[in-house]
Design a protein around this ligand. Sequence first.
Ligand SMILES: [Zn+2]
Ligand SMILES: [Zn+2]
Length: 278
Amino acid sequence: MKVAVFASGSSGNAIWVSSASTAVLIDAGVSARRISQTAEGLGLDATELSAVLVTHEHSDHVSGLGPVTRRFDIPACATAGTHAAIDRRLGKCPGRTIVEAGTDFEIGDLLVSPFAISHDCAEPVGYSVSDGRTTVVVATDLGVVSRPVRDRISRADCVVLEFNHDEQMLRDGDYPWFLKKRIMGIEGHLSNEAAARELVSLGDGPMSALVLAHLSRENNTPDLALTTARDALERAGRPDVEVHLAEQDRATGPIRLGLDAQLTDVTTSTGVQVSCTR
Ligand SMILES: [Zn+2]
Ligand SMILES: [Zn+2]
């Protein structure tokens, strides 16, 4: 499988996940044009996309959703609550497909498992995406890591995990108190420290790659996030895990996983059918 983070942070999010024959985009918080151009720059073909999997309705995750679904003629998969919230703000999306946390569905040869996360919006989910051999988990925009989320992370080969802020920087920074409280709350964003605690308990799971994502520009630095993650992996006895940094204005990847790590050629997909739950 391949994972590429096209953009990550409060100004826009989009993550490419693909198997040998199926590609999906997780969130479309950047323009359709940028999706096409970034894909091309990374040697990927955006016309192969089969769906957008939407995590939640905040604009940094959906601002490009209408144009992206129209340009590539693909459905937007989201929970009922997220769709309703998007409809109110952006109008009804074409190819609207409703998914549910805890109910797996297939897109081409990918098995997609949405899971509930804690964030201040209607009905947010993270996604686990697997080709049957390799599993990628995307968990950003979450205030806490619940046990089911922890279980997903521990079984994944690649995790895109939120490292939003350094707790000290946020406390000492210029944000108004209500905003600090929102970010630190259980429906806010995951701090470097909270994300690192998850890594310490990783054990000998399959994780081979970790992507630090949704970093705050104001309350974090790439160095702090990287150091915190690497220290935690060291303490977990897992210095073997490759650590990548997702950025707001520059793409990361493609990170090659499983069989794809050994392949140089990519098989392209044609006519992939999407079969969501309802
Ligand atoms: Zn966000
Ligand atoms: Zn959000």
